[in-house]
Design a protein around this ligand. Structure first.
Ligand code: TUI
Length: 314
């Protein structure tokens, strides 16, 4: 499939892998890039040394383009942004904030800048600042989310900017890809689907929880703190929600309760007191398999659907 996104980023398939904290490492990123998509290493909230070593690892495992995701709420966002420029990483994506202050440095280094945007206004702003594409992410997604759904956000962003749009949030199969194209996107980003990849380093308990998830098994907490987060429902999330609605618990205490929760789930396999971040698309993930199989199957289905759609108008 050839689109403005495959052309721009040098890919075989117009698919990016989400920059999931404690999940998106060099092993997963290189597997996605080797399969023809854009693998992405998450800088998450670790420092420059961690990111530099992950970039080196990734380069050992693939000669294809890859990206780094800068989580803008990280205390190390600035030093990691500098690493991206110094290492001349092919693509940088950003999340959970406005990347404007780093864009000139990235462009100077020849890095392609692709921010995640939750609204039309932010899409227009980053396009003006030099982004070469945007990821319009709906609130079906896992992790930190905006207010709008993919279905309404993608077409509005596609109308508002002239750079290519990549749809994200709730996409886990060929139907989601075909639908995204119809909404005006030229590519997709998937996170949740890759949680259940063989090459994904989360413990098996995490992958099994994703595969077992039903349609209504995610929930959102953290609105009170100004950063809503979607994850699979479990005792940790229910407890968080209870604390969140309790006025006797301060925001500081609430933040403290959240610290380390994603790490416990994604690194320790703790499905009870850990935060199992995943999007609503978890319910559509039916099996654990290699990255290459995930990508080829999704695009075979999408291409079939897009061809079939032509028949409807005849
Ligand atoms: O960034 C994500 N997903 C994430 S980041 C993350 S780490 C974290 N953990 C706990 C609390 C908060 C973060 C886990 N998942 N997705 C991309 C994304 N970016 N979704 C929404 C946005 C976004 C929101 C606001 C982008 C820009 C934006 O700008 C407005 C502003 O005021 O900053």
């Amino acid at each position: 499939m050839k689109t403005r996104v495959t052309e721009l980023l040098g890919l075989e398939y117009p698919i990016l892998q989400g920059g999931m904290a404690w999940v998106a490492d060099a092993q997963l990123a290189s597997a996605v890039s080797n399969a023809g998509g854009l693998g992405i290493i998450s800088a998450m909230n670790l420092d420059a040394n961690y990111l530099r070593s992950q970039i080196a690892e990734c380069r050992k495992m693939t000669d294809k383009p890859f990206g780094v995701n800068i989580m803008l709420m990280s205390p190390h966002a600035e030093e990691c942004s500098r690493v991206v420029a110094e290492e001349k990483v092919p693509v940088v994506t950003t999340g959970a904030g406005l990347p404007g202050r780093f864009i000139p440095m990235w462009l100077e280094a020849g890095v392609k800048v692709v921010p995640v945007v939750p609204s039309v206004a932010i899409a227009k702003r980053v396009a003006r600042e030099g982004a070469c594409a945007v990821i319009a992410e709906g609130c079906e997604a896992g992790g930190h989310i905006g207010e709008l759904t993919t279905m309404v956000l993608v077409p509005q962003v596609a109308d508002a900017v002239s750079i290519p749009v990549i749809a994200a949030g709730g996409i886990a199969d060929g139907r989601g890809i075909a639908a995204s194209m119809m909404l005006g996107a030229q590519g997709v980003q998937c996170g949740t689907r890759f949680l259940a990849a063989d090459e994904c380093s989360v413990p098996d308990s995490f992958k099994q929880k994703v595969v077992a998830a039903r349609d209504i098994d995610t929930m959102v907490t953290g609105r009170r703190l100004g950063h809503p987060v979607r994850a699979l429902k479990n005792s940790y999330m229910l407890e968080f929600a209870k604390h969140e609605s309790n006025p006797d618990i301060s925001n500081e205490e609430l933040e403290k309760f959240g610290t380390g929760a994603l790490w416990r789930a994604a690194r320790q396999g703790d499905m009870v007191t850990g935060c199992v971040m995943a999007g609503q698309a978890a319910a559509m993930v039916k099996e654990i398999k290699p990255v290459r199989g995930i990508i080829t199957e999704m695009f075979e289905e999408a291409e079939k659907l897009l061809k079939e759609a032509q028949k409807w108008v005849n």
